[in-house]
Write a protein that binds this ligand. Structure first.
Ligand SMILES: [Zn+2]
Length: 203
């Protein structure tokens, strides 16, 4: 056997292993991606490697809304074109991408980074609830839209937040119409999501 093949094979195996650790990528897909990159122009691997590297270097969390950002506060929190009297509560930063894509919401956001889940040991202290309640203290927010996922954890979280926010005399609404129970926001299509925002109900 040609000795020169061994390091190359090791490099491929290593990449396959790393791809395999990513969500939604099984061993077959990991293999396909690794061999694709092997054939693709070197520039493509370089760009991919650089974007993965700069992800951790450049991206941090907005200290106001906890969305991912390259500058703090993030462009949404900083913008005077956004309605600062509305805050939409989401579980993950990618939910903001989904909502922004609909183009009909112009308020601010708050990212909880999770949902309350007693079965997984995630309590109210483990997600950004305290920070949200702090944001609501100055009276400038008139409406909070609960856009947690329409599943068990999302519902529990929405119920808890509603109980915490209601005494502050802030209107609390919840995305409703159109979103099937058990789904995740980031996978909802634009039409469904648009209807859900427009049809939000008092919670
Ligand atoms: Zn922000």
């Amino acid at each position: 056997m040609d000795q020169g093949l061994i390091p190359a094979a090791e490099a491929i195996n290593k990449l396959i292993q790393e791809f395999n650790k990513l969500p939604g990528i099984g061993p077959k897909s990991a293999q396909r991606l690794a061999f694709y990159l092997l054939r693709a122009p070197e520039e493509q691997s370089k760009l991919l490697a650089e974007s993965i590297f700069s992800l951790k270097q450049k991206i941090s969390l907005c200290s106001t809304c906890f969305n991912v950002t390259e500058s703090d506060p993030c462009p949404i929190c900083r913008s005077d074109k956004r309605d600062h009297s509305q805050i939409c509560i989401v579980e993950q930063p990618q939910d903001i991408l989904a909502l922004e894509h609909t183009g009909i919401y112009s308020g601010l956001y708050h990212v909880l980074h999770g949902a309350i889940s007693p079965t997984e040991g995630i309590g109210t202290e483990d997600i950004r609830i305290k920070e949200l309640l702090n944001r609501l203290q100055d009276g400038s927010v008139k409406e909070v839209i609960l856009a947690t996922n329409p599943n068990l954890e999302g519902e529990q979280t929405a119920m808890y937040l509603s109980r915490q926010i209601s005494p502050l005399s802030i209107k609390v609404t919840r995305l409703a119409r159109g979103l099937p129970f058990g789904t995740e926001l980031e996978y909802a299509d634009d039409v469904t999501l648009t209807r859900a925002i427009e049809g939000r109900q008092e919670f």
